[in-house]
Design a protein around this ligand. Structure first.
Ligand SMILES: Cc1cc2nc3c(=O)[nH]c(=O)nc-3n(C[C@H](O)[C@H](O)[C@H](O)COP(=O)(O)OP(=O)(O)OC[C@H]3O[C@@H](n4cnc5c(N)ncnc54)[C@H](O)[C@@H]3O)c2cc1C
Length: 470
C-alpha cells in the first residue's frame, strides 16, 4: 500500500516515520491513535486516489485538518491512513459582490477573514483556535466560537461542499443559492466529523464587517450574579455578538501570562459585545451595563478603542494556552445547558472538581449555555487519567440531567461516542447508523467515531488491530 500511495502522491507527502506517526497520532485532546501511514494530498484527484487505495486494501481513512479537535475526531483509533488536508489550503476565490469565498479544506480559519478584510467582509465562525484550525475541520465539527451567539455556527455559513465519497466518487452538495433544492445533504455533511465523506472544497458565506462595536468587561463577586446578568441581557431583548464568562482561576492564569487587563480579584467576569450601527450599539451597551449593575456588578468597563478590545479578546481566546502554567496536561470539556440552569450547573462543576481533588477552571460561551470546564492534571501520576475521566463522565451526566446536550461545538468523535445513548434512543441511533451505512457501507471513513458500538446490525465501532493493513 505504501508504494501505491507514493506513486499516487509523492514520497515527501507520504509519511511513515515513527516521529510522523507519533505527531499525527493525536489531536489536541487526550486520546492517542496508531496511524499506519500519513498522507498529505494537494488536490481532490489525489484524495480520490488515496480513497481508492484504501478501498483496495480495506483500510480506514481518517480525515484531518490542523488536529486542534478535542474529541479525538481526527485520531486514528482504528489505525489506517490519516489524510491531512493542510496542503489543500488555497483560497480559490473571494467574490465580494456575492459575499462568498471558495476555499480548500486546509485553509486556516483566520487566514480567510484576513483575506476578506480588504472587502470589509469576514467569515463569521471564530473558534478560539482560529489561528490554527482549518475550515474543513470547522465544517466537519460544525464549529462555533465566541461570535456565533448572534451569527450561528459553521452550518449557517456553508453554502456548498465538494466531497469525496467512500467509493472514490466526487459529489457537489448544496449550491450558491441560499435555499437549495433537493435533499439537504449539505446540512447532513456539516457536522458529520469525517464519518460520511471527505470535504475537498467549501463555498462559504462571508458577512460584512459591522460598522461599529462596543465591548464591555463586567466583573462580579459571584458566578450567580454573572449568570443572572447573562439571562438578564437576553431577556432585555438584546442578542449580543458575544457573551463570554471566565472564572477567577482562568482569569488569573491569563493575566499572569498575557497582562490583558482582566481583573484578577473578581470571582467571575463577563465579556459582552454588541455590533451594529453606532446609535444601536451605544443604546445596547447602555442597557447591558444597567443589567450588570442591577445584578451587583462591581465594575463595568467599556473598551476604549480597538487595541483595548483586541487585548481583551486575546485574553479570552488564549485562555486555554494559559493553563499550561498550572500542570502539564489538561482535559477541556464541552457541554451545553439551558441558560436558566447555568448557576446550579456551575455549582455542580466545582463540586465534582473538589470531590475528585481536581482543579477546575472555567471559560465559556455563557450566552448559549455552552460550558467548557477545564481540568488540569499531570498524566504521569498513576491513576490520575482515570480520575479525570471519571470526573468528565460525571460532568456530562450532570449537564444532560438538567436538559443539556453532550457537546456544544467540539463534536462527539471517540471521546463522547459511548455517551450517545444518554441522549438518543436505540431508534434514534439506528436512524443515524443507517445514514452512515448508506454513505459508507464498508465503514471506511473514520470508523469508531460518533456512533457507539452496536448502533446498527453491523458493528460500526468494531476494532481492527491498528496498523495491520500495511
Ligand atoms: C485552544 C482550543 C480552543 C478551541 N476553541 C474552540 C471554539 O471556540 N469553538 C469550537 O467549535 N471549537 C474549538 N476548538 C476545537 C477545534 O479547534 C475545532 O473543532 C476545529 O474546528 C477543528 O479544526 P481542525 O482543522 O483542527 O480539525 P481536526 O482536529 O483535524 O479534525 C476535526 C474533525 O474534523 C474531521 N475533518 C477534518 N478535516 C476534514 C475534511 N476535510 N473532511 C472531512 N472531515 C474532516 C476530522 O476527521 C475530525 O473528525 C478549540 C480547540 C482548542 C485546542
Amino acid at each position: 500500500m505504501y508504494d501505491e500511495l507514493i506513486a499516487a502522491l509523492d514520497a515527501e507527502r507520504v509519511l511513515q516515520t515513527p516521529l510522523a506517526l507519533h505527531v499525527y497520532g493525536r489531536d489536541a485532546g487526550v486520546y492517542r491513535g496508531q496511524p499506519a501511514v500519513v498522507v498529505l494530498p494537494e488536490t481532490t484527484a489525489e484524495v480520490v486516489r488515496v480513497v481508492e487505495i484504501a478501498n483496495r486494501h480495506e483500510v480506514p481513512v481518517v480525515a484531518r485538518g490542523a488536529g486542534t479537535g478535542l474529541a479525538a475526531g481526527a485520531v486514528a483509533t482504528e489505525g489506517g491512513i490519516v489524510l491531512v488536508t493542510t496542503k489543500m489550503n488555497r483560497i480559490e476565490e473571494i467574490d465580494p459582490d456575492n459575499r462568498t469565498a471558495l476555499v480548500g479544506p486546509g485553509v486556516i480559519n483566520l487566514d480567510l477573514s484576513k483575506a476578506a478584510e480588504p472587502y470589509a467582509l469576514h467569515f463569521a465562525p471564530d473558534p478560539s483556535s482560529q489561528a490554527a484550525c482549518t475550515i474543513g475541520g470547522n465544517v466537519a465539527n460544525n464549529s462555533g466560537g465566541p461570535h456565533c451567539l448572534a451569527e450561528g455556527s459553521t452550518v449557517n455559513h456553508v453554502l456548498a461542499l465538494e466531497v469525496v465519497l467512500a467509493d472514490g466518487s466526487v459529489a457537489m452538495v448544496g449550491s450558491a443559492a441560499p435555499d437549495p433544492i433537493g435533499l439537504d445533504l449539505r446540512g447532513l455533511l456539516v457536522g458529520s466529523e469525517g464519518t460520511l465523506a471527505i470535504v475537498t472544497k467549501i463555498l462559504v458565506r462571508l458577512l460584512p464587517n459591522p460598522p461599529d462595536v462596543r465591548t464591555l468587561l463586567c466583573s462580579f463577586d459571584s458566578i450567580a450574579d454573572a449568570a443572572a446578568t447573562v439571562s438578564g441581557i437576553i431577556a432585555a431583548g438584546i442578542v449580543p455578538a458575544a457573551l463570554e464568562m471566565m472564572d477567577q482561576a482562568i482569569t488569573r492564569a491569563v493575566e499572569n501570562w498575557l497582562h490583558a487587563g482582566l481583573p484578577t480579584d473578581a470571582t467571575a467576569i463577563l465579556l459582552a459585545e454588541v455590533v451594529g450601527d453606532t446609535a444601536a450599539v451605544e443604546a445596547e451597551a447602555k442597557v447591558m451595563a444597567e443589567v450588570a449593575h442591577a445584578h451587583h456588578a462591581r465594575d463595568v468597563r467599556m473598551a476604549a478603542d480597538d487595541s483595548e478590545r483586541a487585548l481583551l479578546w486575546k485574553g479570552r481566546k488564549a485562555a486555554f494556552g494559559a493553563v499550561a502554567q498550572a500542570a502539564p496536561n489538561y482535559y477541556l470539556h464541552d457541554t451545553v445547558v439551558p441558560r436558566t440552569r447555568l448557576v446550579e450547573t456551575m455549582a455542580k462543576v466545582y463540586e465534582i472538581g473538589a470531590r475528585h481533588e481536581l482543579q477546575m477552571l472555567n471559560v465559556f460561551h455563557a450566552g448559549d449555555g455552552n460550558l467548557h470546564p477545564l481540568m488540569v492534571f499531570d498524566a504521569s501520576v498513576p491513576g490520575m487519567t482515570e480520575k479525570v475521566q471519571q470526573a468528565a463522565d460525571e460532568l456530562v451526566a450532570a449537564c444532560v440531567a438538567v436538559g443539556g446536550v453532550l457537546s456544544g461545538e467540539h463534536g462527539i468523535g471517540r471521546e463522547k461516542r459511548d455517551l450517545m445513548p444518554l441522549m438518543f434512543s436505540a431508534t434514534d441511533l439506528d436512524a443515524q447508523a443507517r445514514i452512515k451505512e448508506t454513505f459508507d457501507p464498508h465503514n471506511r471513513f473514520n470508523p469508531g467515531k460518533v456512533l457507539p458500538t452496536g448502533a446498527r446490525c453491523f458493528d460500526l465501532g468494531a476494532s481492527v488491530p491498528p496498523g495491520a493493513w500495511v
